[in-house]
Design a protein around this ligand. Sequence first.
Ligand code: ATP
Length: 441
Amino acid sequence: MSESNLKSMNELVSLSKRRGFLFQSSEIYGGLASCWDYGPLGVELKNNVKNRWWKAMTFREDVEGIDASIFMHPTTWKASGHIDGFNDPMVDCKACKARYRADQIELTKPCVTCKAEGQFTEPRDFNLMFKTQMGAVEDPSAMVYLRPETAQGIFVNFLNVQSTMRKKLPFGIAQIGKAFRNEISPGNFIFRTREFEQMEMQFFVKPGEQKDWMEQWKELRLNWHLGNGLRKEKLRWHPHGENDLAHYADAATDIEYEFPIGWGEMEGIHSRTDFDLAQHQKFSGKKLEYVDQMDGNKKYIPYVIETSVGCDRAVLALLCDAYRLENEGDKDNERVVMKFHPSVAPIKAAVMPLMKKENLEEPARKLFAELQQHYKVEYDTSGSIGKRYRRQDEIGTPFCITVDYDTLEDHAVTIRDRDSMTQERVALDQVKKYIQDKFGF
Ligand code: ATP
């Protein structure tokens, strides 16, 4: 059997639309550039990713979760450096007005949109934060930003969490939430969008212990991606050299995935020193020190190891990784199959009565109701069994369970495995256990 991986993002965009993973935002109005809506299967996949992350990051003694507001006091962004420094150099094509990030194109080459030569404006800084007004009065003092990262909601709550949860160093704070960046060149499906979701954790440590913790978190984070089912050879480290470190960081490394557009950052693991807390202490006038009872009540501002992963990029990597085209060109045997790891698969099993006949529907419905108590399952009656298998393969359902006429006699069903396409006869009252044994959850 021949098998190939995803070759282009367009293939994935059309499968996502056809099968209900992702739709263009406001499609009936012609869409809104680089904005996407998660459909019924996309939201299941995304929720599975978020739940796995939340469990891995917060179901431990030393990390607490929060959910901070998107709007924050405007001084937050002065302190964090986003007002003065969150800029990308931007150039415009003088001929067609297309806008590019100066660091992403070759300014000596023709415009990729209109092919005109030597037509770019001088690079100028463009702040990536979205601004809006809060309240009824349109006044500069009522101006607020949509947060460009979730991290600052964690830093400003450092003391609240530390004191209410009686935390001792080292400990972390995690959150999942939307972030907004007015990106100059968004695109490549959900790789770079202006509204996206981040899953971030800041781990506060005693100064001097950051190196060890950085190593520990690097390993944990890579293992998390592997546990989602991503292939090892599609993941790599990208350590930042001295020259590409942010001014406040003393070490940083990215986890990259090999997308069909090439290697791209999926997660950043940063050693951010005491920069953020020190800045917030300075701008707010509130002490953000930790009193170390294990070290003679010494007071200091903790150092921070941050892990920051884009939820949508993690979803994109899973979609790209799962995609397989088998037996290409062989009309009878060609199939697209999404080989999701069971833990992220949007639908875990599909129950299919062979025919829409009452005597088959009754045991099928009963089995569906039982499985639904444990897993997200589909009840699928439309079209031939072959067509139903094809659809379930394309949405990555690990098991298809057929209720047929023999079921009425032997009280058993046929379970077809998505990847091997082998079929097994399993007693009706053993189906739940069969799935549980295969999944391990
Ligand atoms: P890039 O270099 O791709 O612009 P970044 O280094 O600015 O990313 P961070 O600020 O470190 O990214 O954000 C952490 C994570 O958030 C990234 O690894 C990525 O997964 C995700 N992310 C950042 N910007 C976007 C975006 N515009 N769309 C989708 N995800 C994003």
